[in-house]
Design a protein around this ligand. Structure first.
Ligand code: FMN
Length: 188
C-alpha cells in the first residue's frame, strides 16, 4: 500500500462566511483515501514583511510555524479568493516572508490551487499570479484539472455554506485524485 500523503490546506480568505474557507472545509470529504488533509497554521498573525525586521529580529515565530508546516507536508492545496485580479495581501505577505528562508520550504513542494469568486472568472487571475510567485521559489505547481468556482454564491448553501453544486464537487474530486498521482510522481 502506498504511504498516506499529508497535505496542508491554506485558505487565502480571512472572513467568517468565506466561500473559499467553505470549499477548504469540504475537501477532506472529497479527497481520495491516500490523502490526509489538515488546515495550515494561521498566517494573518504574521507581521507585514520588512527586511529591517528580519535583519534585526530574524523570522517571527508565526513565519517559522508556517514554514515548518510547509516543509513537513507532502503537498499543499491553496484555496483562495482573487482580490483586484491578484493574490490577497495577507497570503502574499506570508509567501514573501517564507521566500526569504534559506532552507526554502516551497522548493520542490507540490502545490495545487483552487479558488472561489463571486464573479465569472472564478479567481483565474489570482491563480496565474500564485503560479508565478510560487514558481519563483521553486514550487512544483500542479496543472489540470483546474478548480475555478465562479459565481460561488450560487454553489454553496446560503445558510450552512455546504458545497452543493455537483459539477463543482466532481471537478474537485478529479483534481484531488490527479494531485495525489502528481505528488507520487514528482516526489519519487
Ligand atoms: C478587496 C476585494 C477585491 C476583490 N477583487 C475581486 C477580483 O479581482 N476578482 C473577482 O472575481 N472577485 C473579486 N472580489 C470578490 C470576491 O470574489 C468575493 O468577495 C468572494 O466572496 C471572496 O472570497 P471569500 O468568500 O472566500 O471571502 C473582491 C473582493 C474583495 C473584498
Amino acid at each position: 500500500m502506498a504511504e498516506m500523503l499529508n497535505i496542508i490546506v491554506i485558505c487565502g480568505s480571512l472572513r467568517r462566511g468565506s466561500y473559499n474557507a467553505a470549499l477548504a472545509r469540504a475537501l477532506p470529504g472529497l479527497a481520495p483515501s491516500g490523502m490526509k488533509l489538515t488546515a495550515g497554521p494561521p498566517f494573518d498573525i504574521i507581521p507585514h514583511y520588512n527586511a529591517d525586521l528580519q535583519n534585526s529580529a530574524g523570522f517571527p515565530v508565526s513565519v517559522n510555524a508556517f514554514a515548518d508546516a510547509i516543509r513537513a507536508a507532502d503537498g499543499l492545496i491553496i484555496v483562495s479568493p482573487e482580490y483586484n485580479w491578484s493574490i490577497p495581501g495577507p497570503l502574499k505577505n506570508a509567501i514573501d516572508w517564507v521566500s526569504r528562508m534559506k532552507d526554502q520550504p516551497f522548493a520542490n513542494k507540490p502545490v495545487a490551487l483552487q479558488s472561489c469568486a463571486t464573479g465569472a472568472l472564478g479567481g483565474a487571475r489570482m491563480q496565474y499570479h500564485l503560479r508565478q510567485s510560487l514558481t519563483s521559489i521553486d514550487a512544483f505547481l500542479f496543472g489540470r484539472p483546474e478548480v475555478l468556482v465562479s459565481f460561488s454564491a450560487q454553489k454553496f448553501d446560503e445558510k450552512t455554506l455546504e458545497l452543493k453544486d455537483q459539477p463543482t464537487i466532481d471537478i474537485v474530486k478529479q483534481q484531488l485524485i490527479a494531485f495525489e498521482a502528481f505528488i507520487r510522481r514528482v516526489s519519487k
